[in-house]
Design a protein around this ligand. Structure first.
Ligand code: FE
Length: 254
């Protein structure tokens, strides 16, 4: 299993503080059955910015320790890139990283809004050959109020990543229900832990998958794990057909 969203680099954002914490997290990842992990520290977030050079530098330090302690885990570089108006300039200047050097880029929306330029940026990214993956849409206030807003972005070609803890109930019943509804509506394509530490923001990787299994979403589990693997291989996703997406009127279930 591959975890495509994690804060495992130390002392750079709101992830672990010390190398030792990172190593404990990586050991826990292995215990959960994770075989590869993409480090996606925040970039261009209002509080945190971890540039590509810092990501690569940290990964090489961590990789040395991982092999020293025989932790059977592969680490890939990435970033959780905040959606900002000048994103294209930053991409052209190579100030952003895609996921594991693939065509997929993990994009973070602000928590309370979907900026007016979001749709335009998605369309332009696709034209540039970059497929945006919207990180944890279930934690966005506008998506929670009007899930059809997410469907609009998916119809433009955005992919999405749901967070394990949201499904596991870590962020409350409301987000757990919304998460399940988004999965059932075929609006989710990938799965990540968004782990920050082992206490308040742990992996919950298997807990999230178990919840989906309990709710009879076995097909979703399979699809998410397959698409996660395809990111590393830089292959196209298994996609839902447009007719499998809900019509906007069906969103009245919310
Ligand atoms: Fe994150």
């Amino acid at each position: 299993m591959i975890d495509i969203h994690s804060h495992i680099l130390f002392g750079v954002d709101d992830g672990p503080k010390e190398l030792q914490n990172t190593l404990e997290m990586l050991q826990k990842a292995v215990d959960e059955g994770i075989t590869a992990i993409i480090a996606t520290s925040h970039s261009f977030h209002p509080q945190y910015h971890v540039p590509p050079e810092a990501v690569h530098k940290q990964i090489s330090i961590i990789e040395q320790q991982v092999s020293r302690f025989n932790i059977p885990l592969k680490i890939y570089a990435g970033q959780e890139v905040r959606l900002v108006g000048n994103l294209f300039k930053l991409i052209d200047e190579k100030k952003t990283l895609s996921l594991a050097n693939s065509k997929y880029m993990l994009i973070e929306l602000p928590s309370n809004t979907i900026p007016f330029y979001t749709k335009e940026i998605i369309i332009k990214l696709k034209l540039k050959g970059i497929t945006p993956i919207i990180a944890h849409p279930e934690r966005n206030k506008i998506v929670a109020e009007r899930p059809s807003k997410l469907e609009e972005l998916v119809r433009e070609g955005a992919m999405t990543q749901i967070t394990a803890g949201s499904l596991a109930g870590q962020f409350g019943k409301k987000i757990q229900k919304l998460s399940l509804d988004l999965v059932k509506a075929n609006l989710i394509h990938t799965y990540g832990s968004d782990v920050h530490n082992l206490t308040t923001r742990p992996f919950l990787f298997n807990e999230g998958l178990s919840f989906l299994e309990k709710k009879k979403q076995l097909h979703a589990v399979e699809l998410f794990l397959e698409n996660n693997a395809r990111i590393i291989e830089n292959k196209d996703f298994i996609l839902y057909e447009p007719e499998e997406l809900p019509l906007k009127k069906s969103w009245q279930i919310f």
